[in-house]
Design a protein around this ligand. Structure first.
Ligand code: NAD
Length: 264
């Protein structure tokens, strides 16, 4: 395995599951010291810490239980990362939730939660981590946005609004660090095979009265021309490249990894 990230430290939000866990595993295998964050049953959090810890050479990976809807906890998480790992060289803002509902029925509290977790948490984490990156004169900020940061779909008002906001925030931060060896980019995946996305297949099958296989192909992946899931490791490889040598000129980009969705 290429040890591209030897000597680097990384904080990855929402890394007890799905894409975040995949990025944490790959970064650890590439030599980074990684701090995890996210919710889950105690045994799920323990398993994530053990797997990433093993990839880091043994023991449990450091973990923050910070709630990404709470600015104070986000600031404390960044401080904890800097104290525990010595720095926060790489910040991956990945934690996210999804709610699907027509706007007339969209629960107000769910709108607030999605904006807080999927968008505002990125702002608070970047604000807290950037001073240390500037001091050390190197940094990578990766915001896991979505194809829904660039185009819309019905019934995802809060998610689409939050992810468009993440792409905008990414551009602003990129401009503010443009003359430094720090970059800020967004990754915009299509449908990735994770618990968050797979949970949408069952309700679609029920809604349309079809099998889950048909619901996946004809409804969930309707807009994804490849007609296949993007795999977690494909997203993690893109994140790793953004932290490796030769990536310094890519700044403020919203990088699609969506099987051709945005080309259509
Ligand atoms: P997932 O449900 O597998 O993982 C989400 C992670 O976020 C978990 O670790 C969860 O514990 C954490 N989380 C949720 N609320 C939190 C909170 N308040 N505080 C701290 N952690 C919290 O989902 P995933 O599919 O891996 O999604 C990860 C990111 O990728 C999200 O931002 C999502 O919007 C984005 N994304 C996913 C897909 C997809 O198809 N799976 C596509 C595009 C973008």
């Amino acid at each position: 395995m290429d040890r591209t990230l030897e000597g680097r430290t990384a904080l990855i939000t929402g890394s007890t599951s799905g894409i975040g866990h995949g990025i944490a595993m790959l970064f650890a295998q590439a030599g980074a010291k990684v701090m995890l964050n996210g919710f889950g049953k105690p045994e799920e959090v323990a398993a994530a810490r053990a797997s990433v810890g093993a990839a880091m050479g043994g023991g449990d990976a450091p973990y923050s239980a910070a709630d990404m809807s709470k600015p104070d906890e986000i600031r404390a998480m960044v401080a904890d990362c800097e104290a525990t790992l010595g720095a926060c060289d790489i910040l991956v803002d990945n934690a996210g939730i999804q709610v699907v509902s027509p706007i007339e029925d969209f629960p107000d509290a769910k709108w607030d939660a999605i904006i807080a977790i999927n968008l505002s948490s990125n702002f608070h984490a970047i604000k807290a981590a950037l001073p240390g990156m500037r001091k050390r004169n190197w940094g990578r900020i990766i915001n896991v946005a979505s194809a829904h940061g660039l185009v819309a779909s019905p019934h995802k008002a809060a998610y689409v609004a939050a992810k468009h906001g993440v792409v905008g925030l990414t551009k602003v931060v990129a401009l503010e660090v443009a003359t430094t060896p720090i970059t800020c980019n967004a990754i915009c995946p299509g449908f990735v095979r994770t618990p968050l996305a797979e949970a949408q297949v069952g309700p679609l099958a029920k809604q349309h009265g079809v099998s889950e296989e048909v619901a996946l192909r004809d409804y969930l992946l309707e807009k994804q021309p490849s007609k296949r899931w993007i795999e977690v490791d494909e997203v993690a490889q893109m994140a790793l490249w953004l932290c490796g040598p030769g990536s310094g000129g890519v700044n403020g980009a919203a990088l699609s990894i969506d099987g051709g969705w945005l080309a259509a």
